[in-house]
Design a protein around this ligand. Structure first.
Ligand SMILES: NC(=O)c1ccc[n+]([C@@H]2O[C@H](COP(=O)([O-])OP(=O)(O)OC[C@H]3O[C@@H](n4cnc5c(N)ncnc54)[C@H](O)[C@@H]3O)[C@@H](O)[C@H]2O)c1
Length: 247
């Protein structure tokens, strides 16, 4: 018996990095997983190595900033699976710059993807959870949404916004047995952090008590905990997964 047998999961930004690790972790525990992503694997790319697990994953191309695209994807997903039990709002981008150089386009792109995207995906899928009176929504925020970061005013604002969104929804949806929590990752090794300079990386490592960078699987394990029955008395919380960087 697996923890997520029979459960249907949607993971946005599920085709690489942290999102892909979340998809793989749920597949390993018996779930059917829909990886919604803007950039999907090409026909000759193998997305999930294990052939047996691959049978339980579907990739849907979506732009989370577009209500039309999100609604179409939700329709496709629910038509095929009949329901969605768990939504992980993970899709996110950065467009870093100092405020005097930050363009309106960079502000809008980050807020639209990271914050409005979570709103649109939640709105499109929450009805299915409400109907069955069971659901889990897990939003991937960031520690910079809590402590800020120079050069990331847009990104930090979007991630702080996700925390407010999480707490409001936790209150709004509790009576329907839908639990809503956020995870605030610290420094995790993915394509997003590859852009950092060696100097920035050293600076992070120096300040991380556990003295290592995080792996996407470190986040995936906590997502699965929050989605599981073991977390059935936890809602409206932000869990930092950052090797102790922020405490
Ligand atoms: N890597 C870190 O250190 C770190 C730290 C804190 C928070 N996070 C957050 O974790 C999440 C995943 O980050 P990652 O490091 O895996 O990044 P990543 O860039 O490797 O992956 C992000 C995924 O989101 C998808 N995406 C982007 N825009 C989209 C859109 N409009 N519609 C649909 N999909 C879209 C991308 O195609 C990609 O697959 C993000 O929300 C990020 O902000 C990451």
């Amino acid at each position: 018996m697996n923890r997520f047998d029979g459960k249907v999961i949607v993971v946005t930004g599920g085709c690489r990095g942290i999102g892909k690790a979340i998809v793989e972790a749920f597949l390993n525990e018996g779930a059917t997983v829909y990886a919604w992503d803007y950039k999907v694997p090409t026909p000759d790319e193998v997305f999930i190595e294990d052939e047996k697990l691959r049978q339980n994953v579907r990739v849907i191309q979506v732009d989370v900033t577009s209500s039309e695209s999100v609604e179409l994807s939700a329709q496709k997903t629910i038509e095929e699976s009949g329901k969605v039990d768990i939504l992980v709002n993970n899709a996110g981008i950065t467009r870093d710059n100092l405020i005097i150089r930050m363009s309106e386009a960079d502000w809008d792109a980050v807020l639209n993807t990271n914050l409005k995207g979570a709103f649109l995906c939640t709105k499109a899928l929450v009805r299915s959870m409400m109907n069955q009176r069971w659901g889990r929504i897990i939003n991937i925020s960031s520690i910079v949404g809590e402590i800020g970061n120079a050069g990331q005013a847009n990104y930090s604002a979007s991630k702080a916004g996700l925390i407010g969104f999480t707490k409001s929804l936790a209150k709004e949806l509790a009576s329907r047995n839908i639990l809503v929590n956020a995870i605030a990752p610290g420094y995790i090794r993915t394509a997003m952090t590859e852009k950092l300079s060696d100097e920035q990386r050293e600076m992070f490592l120096k300040n991380i008590p556990l003295k290592r960078e995080g792996e996407p699987s470190d986040i995936a394990k906590v997502v699965l905990f929050l989605a599981s029955e073991d977390a059935s008395y936890i809602t409206g919380q932000v869990l930092n997964v950052d090797g102790g960087l922020v405490m």
